[in-house]
Design a protein around this ligand. Structure first.
Ligand code: 6GU
Length: 250
């Protein structure tokens, strides 16, 4: 899967593609990624990529010509790629979106908006989909594009190391992941839950299931509405209630 990021700040992407799982996936040929400098498609000595909005008002708008030329150039090299504009006006990006994009295997051309926005005619003609990473406003789409590449890459089979799996992740099953502990067994007087040291794999699995549900209940109860509590989980919650009653002496 290839990711091509169209930006006026291509240097922002260098460090991102050069580290961690994204880098490893690129080295393994699972993904390829790079950026295209929109300014390289601008005319004139000053290579201007923005202009004042028709009708007046604050801020600048990305000029249509350089952006359209950059998108067309990226598309010619990647037939079948989806062109996604990162903008706070787009559809909310979620784990589900990342899963769908990873499964589709389609190359992605990620267009990073800057300034007050992109000329509407470019959006209409050359953008397949607009995406937002949340309801807040960033100075540009670059950080959002990195988030999309990161979240999608780790879902492509082979990107995570052999023993790691994306299915057990937080959100992978509509629940937060259980707590994690590593050595030492006692840190500043606090002990690791005893069961995790027991070597009893069935008991550890059960503890993890319970911890996962409890954390979801406490930290993100909204997720329980999206994915209703099943019979096994109801039993866990009943047991937890009984424990709390015992602790409270009621
Ligand atoms: Cl994709 N871009 C910008 N500029 N702001 C955002 C965003 C994207 N998603 C949320 N806020």
């Amino acid at each position: 899967m290839d990711f091509c990021i169209l930006t006026i700040f291509p240097e922002m992407m260098g460090a991102f593609f050069a580290h961690g799982i994204v880098r490893r996936a690129a080295e393994a040929g699972i993904i390829s990624g790079g950026s295209l400098d929109i300014r390289d498609f601008a005319e004139g000595r000053h290579r201007v990529v923005d202009d004042r909005p028709y009708g007046g008002g604050n801020g600048m708008v990305m000029k249509p010509e350089p952006l359209a030329a950059a998108i067309r150039c990226a598309r010619e090299r990647r037939p079948g790629a989806a062109v996604i504009l990162l903008t706070p006006q787009g559809r909310l990006f979620s784990q589900k979106t990342a899963e769908d994009l990873a499964r589709s295997g389609r190359d992605l051309i990620l267009v990073c908006g800057r300034y007050e926005g992109v000329d509407e005619r470019v959006c209409r003609e050359l953008i397949d989909e607009e995406m937002s990473i949340g309801d807040y406003v960033l100075t540009g789409g670059e950080v959002a594009a990195m988030i999309v590449v990161d979240a999608v890459t780790r879902l492509i089979p082979g990107a995570l190391g052999g023993e790691q799996s994306a299915e057990k992740d937080t959100f992978g099953n509509g629940r937060l992941e259980h707590g994690q502990f590593t050595r030492p067994a006692v840190f500043e007087g606090r002990e690791v839950p005893e069961i995790l040291l027991s070597g009893n794999h069935a008991a550890i699995e059960q503890w993890r299931l319970e911890d996962s549900l409890k954390r979801t209940f406490l930290k993100r109860p909204d997720l329980l509405k999206l994915q209703p509590v099943n019979e096994k989980e109801k039993e866990i919650l009943r047991k937890w209630c009984r424990e709390l009653e015992t602790i409270a002496g009621i």
